[in-house]
Design a protein around this ligand. Structure first.
Ligand code: SF4
Ligand code: SF4
Length: 686
């Protein structure tokens, strides 16, 4: 049977099909739904509510699954399970791999028994990440195998291959989808579950204890294995070499009667895009002079690469007889490097065109349009050939043309209406301002204040008008960066903002460091009772497991106290006066101080009330808009407001001297959080 699946769902179901027994991870876009889908299946199995086509309930019920506190903990847990013979899966985004890199580097030397797949989702663009790092490069650095799927359907079967290769070589394997594979939907053929292998349990052995002697011996073996893998991967079904005649319709077939002089090499999701472009090239009529009859100028070779190590044998076969090659891949020039290396090694005079030669962009995502343009240039053909509509998208007979779709309005990311972080940031800003401290370079303030942020929704505190994030580096870094600034500039008032999930992830060591080294910082913990940025996953402070069952609830307040912080205050960020007083009382204390703002994310508990603005009282001063930036508040012409139905008419709107604009609250967006009420000097908000 076929199922319409998101790429991450396909990866999850593929892992279940392959017999995964232990699953751990930390949320991070674009990887999050892999673990969530497995949790959904396990949950449904336990409740007896499985859908048609699911794996057997008994098998699903045996899977252990958790959101770990961070990627390092997740990988170490999976390593233990794999040492015990269980097929294990760890999920994270690419920057999460930096956190997990310490155990991963060593684990390759120690090895595993059951297959261990580390699913690391890369984010070209980047769309929701701090970096555009390429996990294939990390795999090369760590001397690990990497599998790089091109589509949801391929990801579904390839993850089973990843488990097999992990067990074959007794080493962890990286599985690296990118955002467009993770989040696109496709019809995927659901295959029968694979037979379960029993490869035993944990057995006491020196092989699990990393010592320099073992590391030396392992390193020698790893290097041998990598060379062998270069050969073995040349025969792997995910790596393909095709020879295309360039003249016959649908002409992808090996081998071609003529000897092509040009080649295209592609990897990852760019393989799918390249196929789409080349399919048009093979089916469209070509300009005679260039494309008919087939000869060595019109024929070409296509190399598809989905693994690290690079399939060297296949690569050499690809390069044989070519004059030039266009390499299409996202992020780093990994395939390009390998082809250049092969040319040098085998004295091949082939021009490799890609990122290093400036023929392809060296940052950001690839698109079908971009690849079409590059392939057109490479073959020297008119853009109309590859840019023409595909059969599927061509206008159907009898249908009128679709109107041009207008460009979407630019909508910068902002904190949601009703977000507790808005109140927290506003309270800190106001208390600091009233104390006489100002931001760097701000006139009229005797003391400088610096606000260090962290990774989460609250990074959006950076946006105007709040403007409360002066630094943001990586998970957990806000607290330690604040300490560093304060060491360099001791008179500065240093704040560090951190969310609840990030606090558990990597925030705690920063507080320990601050207390131990007697730092002078104010840590503001923004507890909204969830991991909001990635879609409301639970964490140790929520009292819920990944399957929704009750779990031990760890109190952030108690942890902070236990870490030795003497001055801690809790406050409700929706009560601006209370929140501001809490900040003020911490300003002049010494040492490490913690303000714990506790208020639910709207995804956890949406407010049921609504606020509105009495039009007759609104002076149009815009203070509510300029200070808070709540997306539910907008400014409208007074005349429009009176007729909008969203609020009562504005008395005398057309009179001379009346404001031209007034504020209006959108009742659809407003949660009634009340943060804006005390901000209005006219008392117009109820
Ligand atoms: S609602 Fe209040 S703060 Fe907002 S524009 Fe009107 S008077 Fe000014
Ligand atoms: S009460 Fe005010 S701040 Fe809160 S969501 Fe409504 S408009 Fe926004």
């Amino acid at each position: 049977m076929k199922k319409l699946l998101m790429g991450n769902e396909a990866i999850a179901l593929g892992a279940i099909r392959a017999g995964v027994r232990v699953v751990s991870g930390y949320p991070g876009t674009p990887s999050t739904e892999i673990l969530e889908t497995i949790a959904k299946e396990v949950s449904a199995a336990r409740k007896g509510a499985l859908e048609e086509g699911s794996s057997p309930a008994e098998k699903l019920s045996r899977i252990y699954i958790e959101w770990s506190v961070n990627e390092k903990a997740a990988l170490e847990l999976a390593a233990g399970a794999a040492m015990s013979g269980a097929r294990s899966l760890v999920t994270m985004k690419q920057v999460g791999l930096n956190v997990a890199s310490d155990p991963l580097m060593s684990l390759n030397y120690v090895g595993v028994k059951g297959g261990l797949v580390v699913a690391v989702a890369d984010d070209p663009g980047p769309i929701s990440s701090q970096t555009e790092q390429d996990t294939r490069r990390f795999g090369k650095f760590a001397k690990l195998m990497v599998f790089d799927p091109a589509s949801p359907a391929e990801a579904y079967t390839m993850i089973a291959d990843a488990f097999d290769w992990s067990e074959k070589y007794g080493r962890p394997v990286i599985f690296r989808p990118t955002t467009r594979v993770c989040h696109s939907y496709a019809s995927v053929e659901i295959l029968p579950d694979l037979p379960q292998k029993d490869i035993g349990v944990f057995e006491k052995s020196q092989r699990w204890v990393i010592f320099p002697g073992l590391a030396y011996r392992s390193h020698i073996q790893i290097e041998k294995d990598l060379i062998q893998l270069g050969d073995e991967f040349s025969a792997y079904s995910g790596n393909k070499l095709s020879v295309i005649s360039g003249a016959s319709p649908n002409a992808i077939h090996p081998p071609c009667a003529v000897s092509p002089r040009r080649g295209i090499a592609a990897g990852g999701v760019s393989r799918a895009y390249t196929h789409e472009v080349l399919a048009k090239l093979d089916t469209q009529p070509k300009p005679k002079a260039e494309f008919s009859p087939p000869d060595s100028n019109t024929a070409y070779k296509l190399l598809e690469v989905s693994t690290v190590p690079f399939p060297s044998k296949l690569g050499k076969e690809f390069l044989a007889g070519l004059d030039e090659v266009l390499v299409i891949e996202e992020l780093d020039p990994v395939i390009e490097d390998e082809l250049i290396r092969l040319c040098g090694l085998h004295h091949l005079n082939v021009k490799i065109r890609g990122k290093l030669s400036g023929d392809m962009p060296n940052a950001g995502e690839n698109t079908v349009a971009l690849i079409a343009e590059k392939i057109n240039n490479f073959f020297g053909i008119p853009s109309s050939v590859t840019n023409s509509p595909t059969e599927a998208s061509a206008e159907a007979p009898g249908r009128s043309s679709a109107p041009d779709i207008p460009a979407l309005p630019v909508r910068p990311p902002v904190l949601c209406a009703g977000c507790p972080h808005r109140g927290s940031f506003f309270a800190v800003k106001e208390a600091v301002r009233k104390s006489g401290a100002g931001k760097n370079g701000q006139q009229g303030f005797p003391r400088k204040a610096v606000f260090s942020g962290d990774i989460g929704c609250y990074t959006l505190g950076n946006a105007m008008p709040l403007d409360m994030t002066d630094t943001c580096l990586c998970m957990g870094a806000g607290i330690t960066v604040a300490q560093g600034i304060n060491r360099a500039e001791p008179d500065t008032l240093n704040f560090a903002f951190i969310g609840d999930s990030t606090f558990f992830h990597t925030g705690i060591p920063g507080i320990v460091n601050a207390v131990y080294n007697q730092a002078k910082i104010i840590v503001v913990i923004l507890d909204n009772y969830t991991t909001a940025m990635t879609g409301s996953q639970p964490h140790p402070g929520t009292g819920k497991s990944v399957l929704g069952s009750p779990a031990e609830k760890i109190s952030i307040y108690d942890v902070v106290k236990a870490l030795g912080v003497k001055d801690i205050v809790r406050a409700n960020p929706f009560d601006i006066k209370v929140a501001e007083d809490a900040v003020t009382q911490m300003l002049d204390k010494k040492g490490v101080r913690v303000i714990l703002f506790e208020g639910p994310c709207i995804a956890v508990e949406a407010g049921s009330g609504k606020c509105s603005i009495t039009a007759a009282q609104c002076t149009g001063c815009r203070i509510c808009v300029k200070k808070l930036g709540c997306p539910a508040i907008s400014l409208v012409p007074t005349e429009t407001a009176s007729g909008s139905g969203l609020s009562e008419p504005v008395a005398g709107a057309s009179d001379a001297g009346r404001p031209k604009l007034r504020a209006l609250i959108d009742p659809v967006l407003c949660t009634g959080c009340g943060i804006c009420k005390p901000v209005c000097p006219a008392g117009a908000i109820q």
